[in-house]
Design a protein around this ligand. Structure first.
Ligand code: APR
Ligand code: PHB
Length: 392
């Protein structure tokens, strides 16, 4: 089989890239290791930045998001039982859209298949070859048959645990890491959210987050040990801890059946460069952020916006400048999102190694955010989203 762009991975990054390329008349094939059912039901994050929601709508895959998504004009930071609202609308004139990532994936798959797009699910033993030539190849097995995809370009959208990043020789790539001394225990509960807006709670017992998926489904997280044993957390224990950490006068967290629970590790990661020859990394394949800033999906979309534009100019006009500058262009925004995600995480979580002095400095920084319009505006600007393509 032959295509212009071979895309490894049918997560938000790979699927949106395929969708935008198709709108530009550029052929692609998506190779996905998992089944369609698996990728469409993988519970992940749920906040779309303003420019991301706009891009989905503008590119024709935003109809369900506009029907079912929840526009949010602010978030609440709760410190020691006292609320401080960050008013996105007043500070930036923008809002975010609360809409599940797995629904974005479903919407993109439906759009691609309706347009005759090619997505190979359950592709096994995917491997990329000859990325430093002008005729790269992706090999894989499907339905027991060895297959070959000849491409002009390979997009590595296969996530943090994928194979594409390793196709850049170790001697030619640099990784930046930060592991955090905690994780998040997350639940999906059939319980009406106890707040209309997200609540990020900083508490002596640890961080907690109240989010939501709909007026009847809550998404809640609590800081836990990085190697937490999920079996040690009964539903009752989870709710008790959430009540303690999210509690404040006049606030009642509503319980309900927990339909999904899991532990999310917390790490910051960036690989540079994000490209080698005809291979371009995007999304989690190139970077990971702690979920505190809700940036993972949004950063993936920003990479897609840069790469799809560069590929359109390449295939339509033979231009290579955009492709040559791809990684540098993405990394300007990646590092802004890394900084914000690290800062929000450092601000709101309990660090076991923190001295009393460091804990008081944390409290003072939170108080500074609440007291300063400039600090609140900086947080709001980062949260609602920087431009998808940041000028040099
Ligand atoms: N071959 C084919 N597909 C693969 C391979 C492989 N060797 N390895 C991984 N994949 C697939 C995964 O099954 C997954 O569907 O690549 C896809 C990568 O998707 P994501 O991990 O969702 O990454 P991305 O599209 O960059 O989206 C980033 O997803 O993980 C969240 O928090 C993250 O919100 C962020 C978003
Ligand atoms: C979520 O709804 O899953 C969510 C929201 C905000 C975050 C992280 C996760 O910062």
């Amino acid at each position: 089989m032959r295509t212009n762009v071979g895309i490894v991975g049918a997560g938000p990054a790979g699927l949106l890239l395929s969708h935008l390329l198709a709108r530009a008349g550029i052929d692609s094939v998506v190779l996905e290791a998992r089944s369609r059912e698996y990728v469409e039901n993988r519970i992940r994050a749920g906040v779309l930045e303003h420019p991301v929601a706009q891009l989905l709508a503008d590119s024709g895959v935003g109809a369900r998001m506009q029907r079912e998504g929840l526009p949010h004009e602010g978030v609440v930071l709760r410190a020691d039982g006292v609320d401080h609202r960050i008013d996105f609308a007043a500070l930036t004139g923008k809002h975010v859209m609360v809409y599940s990532q797995h629904k974005v994936v479903q919407d993109l798959i439906a759009a691609r298949l309706a347009a005759g797009g090619q997505i190979v699910f359950e592709a096994e033993d995917v491997a990329v070859h000859d990325v430093e030539t002008d005729a790269p190849v992706v090999t894989y097995r499907h339905e027991g048959q060895a297959r070959r995809l000849d491409c002009a370009i390979i997009a590595g959208a296969d996530g943090f645990h994928g194979i594409c990043r390793e196709a850049i020789p170790a001697a030619h790539r640099q990784s930046f890491h930060r592991e955090y001394p905690f994780g998040w225990l997350g639940i999906l509960a059939e319980a009406p959210p106890a707040s209309e807006e997200l609540v990020y709670a900083s508490h002596d017992r640890g961080f907690a987050l109240l989010s939501m998926r709909s007026p009847t489904v809550s998404r809640l997280y609590l800081q836990c040990a990085p190697d937490e044993d999920l079996e040690a957390w009964s539903d009752a224990r989870i709710w008790d801890e959430l009540h303690l950490r999210l509690g404040r006068d006049g606030f009642t967290l509503r319980e309900g059946p927990i339909v999904q629970k899991g532990i999310t590790p917390m790490r910051s990661f960036v690989v540079q460069p994000m490209q080698r020859g005809r291979l371009f990394l995007l999304g989690d394949a190139a970077h990971i952020v702690p979920p505190t800033g809700a940036k993972g999906l949004n950063l993936a979309v920003a990479d897609v916006a840069v790469l799809s534009g560069a590929l359109e100019r390449h295939f339509r006009r033979g231009e290579s400048a955009g492709l040559e500058a791809y990684g540098a262009t993405c990394l300007r925004r990646v590092w802004q999102a890394q900084r914000f995600s690290w800062w929000m995480t450092s601000l709101l979580h309990r660090f076991p190694a923190h001295t009393p002095f460091e804990r008081e400095v944390q409290r003072a920084e939170l108080a500074h955010v609440f007291a300063s319009r400039a600090m609140s505006t900086a947080l709001a600007e980062a949260y609602v989203g920087l431009p998808l393509v940041m000028p040099g």
